[in-house]
Design a protein around this ligand. Structure first.
Ligand SMILES: [Zn+2]
Length: 287
């Protein structure tokens, strides 16, 4: 296998999927319903629940997202709500910029992008691509938050606030197919131009490119919520989703789920490390 092929194989989403749970089924119930759930899961859409970002000071980052990106308070000071999605900040002094990782950037939409950019001036962000009109789409530009998370800022009146997650993968069509088979999502075309998956108001988009695993980058991983993690995990394993951390009890806090687990997509290779968990992790909550 030549180098390019090896790199392509290793590249990919590297999306470490934080999978959280509301309630726990017994092992017996699991056995009984597994077959049915397996059939149902093929057409099931899980809830896109969270984006985890690595920053040196989670509380400062949470304040920044509230001040400049319209986020609201979360269940804890290390997190905010962007619409229905949790942005959870993990303590990481050494996070690499998200650009070029498998989760390259997230998108935020402003009703008035010029006003939004004006407000962001002096916030510590860096403009990496000035705002321009994308024909047939909307006005769009790119910034980096003060900690290296790449953010596409757009003016899409149909969805204001948190707008999309943008993956970088060797083959976008294959990645979309992989995600829709395991996590559901409505296949749609953004502005009639860009294929993607919709999870509620959030778009999951994918561009073609070589990427590093997301773990350890400023956008570390993304997560879905499912009603019953044990049942869903059995189904997802049957679909070759590789769990790096099996479902297990989460930290005993009022704002954390009862159980959690982590998995990797098939393009992550073996080079990635399972995120730290619970009390031994880098911060409270879903670390
Ligand atoms: Zn984008």
């Amino acid at each position: 296998m030549n180098l390019e092929k090896r790199m392509t194989k290793r590249a990919g989403l590297a999306a470490v999927l934080g999978v959280i749970l509301g309630d726990v089924a017994s092992a017996g119930a699991l056995m009984a319903v597994c077959g049915e759930i397996s059939r149902r899961a093929r057409s099931m859409t899980f809830t896109f629940d969270q984006v985890h970002l690595g920053v040196p000071d989670p509380e400062a980052a949470a304040r920044w997202y509230r001040q400049y990106l319209g986020a609201t308070r979360g269940e804890h000071t290390d997190r905010v709500m962007c619409g229905d999605t949790r942005f959870i900040f993990l303590k990481n002094e050494m996070a690499a910029p998200s650009r070029g990782s498998a989760i390259d950037h997230v998108g935020f939409s402003f009703a008035d992008l010029d006003a939004g950019m004006q407000a962001l001036n002096g916030s510590g962000m860096r403009v990496t691509t000035p705002v321009t009109e994308i024909a047939g789409m909307y006005r769009s530009g790119f910034i980096e938050d003060p900690w290296g998370a790449r953010i596409e800022v757009v003016e899409d009146p149909e969805t204001i606030g948190f707008h999309h997650v943008h993956l970088q993968v060797p083959d976008p069509a294959v990645a979309r197919d992989w995600y829709v088979k395991r996590f559901g999502g409505a296949q749609a075309r953004l502005k009639g131009h860009v294929d993607g998956l919709r999870y509620g108001d959030v778009w999951l988009l994918a561009d073609r490119g070589m990427a590093h695993p997301s773990r350890g980058h400023a956008i570390d991983h993304i997560g879905w919520r499912m009603a019953d993690l044990l049942v869903a995990a059995a189904t997802l394993k049957a679909q070759d989703l590789r769990f790096t951390t099996e479902p297990h009890p989460g930290p005993a806090t009022a704002y954390a789920p009862a159980m959690m687990s982590f998995a990797e997509d098939p393009w992550g290779g073996k080079t990635r490390v399972t995120p730290a968990l619970s009390a031994s992790g880098p911060g409270p909550g879903l670390s």
